[in-house]
Ligand binder design. Sequence first.
Ligand code: ZN
Length: 377
Amino acid sequence: MQADSPTLRLTQELISRRSLTPDDAGCCELIGDRLAMLGFALEWLNQEGVTNLWARLGTEGPLMVLAGHTDVVPTGPLDRWTSDPFLPQIRDGVLYGRGAADMKSGLAAMVCAVERLLAGAPIKGSVAFLVTSDEEGMARHGTKYVAEVLRGRGIRPDYAIVGEASSNLQLGDRIVVGRRGSLGCNLRIHGRQGHVAYPHKADNPIHRLAPALAELVATEWDRGNANFPPTSFQISNVHGGTGANNVIPGEAEVIFNFRYCTESTAESLKARVHAVLDRHLPHYEADWWHTGEPFLTRQGKLIEAAQAAIGEITGLRAEQFTGGGTSDARFIAPLGTEVVEIGPINDSIHKIDEHVNVEDLDRLSRIYENTLARLLQ
Ligand SMILES: [Zn+2]
């Protein structure tokens, strides 16, 4: 453990800023100041109370983007934390604080990696930082917005590294190369209320719903592929009934969710669901929400460079992983960019006493530096 580690110092400075989504609390300015000293051109693409920093050095290709978020999730009950979540504290070689793993250490390691890289051999191509304060919330005005701006300008980054906590048990044992998509629906079925003794005078929405749900549950949506498990359909809520045992209800409600792979699309899944519902339900409303496209980065130079760098620094062969929730990589990948997520161990993210191993900070920074050197020098 190095007490004078620049990555440790910057991580601590970032943790002490109380940046609850969408409040950046000055984190981007701190990062921007460091990048400006290196000659980066800073551009603030702030939107609806969200801070977005786009900082680029160089005009030539290839373009490597280092991406991350400064916002953190709420602390939860403060009295359950061993130390103040916004006063970073080191105990037994572990740094504690909200954002320690998700993902202020990743951002700090990226900034310090670029500082060392630029002090060495000149780079061929460009490096940019895409930093937002809206990832943990609705994520509408952050990376998604910046990606739209880039698309509008015809800028297509060749590579992007997102510094999310990707590691499982040891730093570098896992990198994220894709994520499943998420699609959900609130379904409301209309019938006609009545007395259970007079069913011919009523229309029972639960009876109409039951065969529709049975069919949806039994459907094989796809078979998955080498990188993803099959698309899964899960019903999370079923509501119906008035509470009385002799009343046929007038309405019923269901909530369901797809975690889908790259073999399906949101549109294809919706169309197939509607085909089933139309057959069984004369009157219904389906209110869909789509919170993430699936993506899978291609097997290219970035994965190769990242794995070689991780091997050199940690001695591990990083597993390529597509599980877990969503991340901002889903907004960058559609630009045609090779994207991977590389970051610290993720077991404490969003939890009480969130932490990162101090010795992993410099190692993570060296992984980023080594990956960049392989692609840009
Ligand atoms: Zn995160």
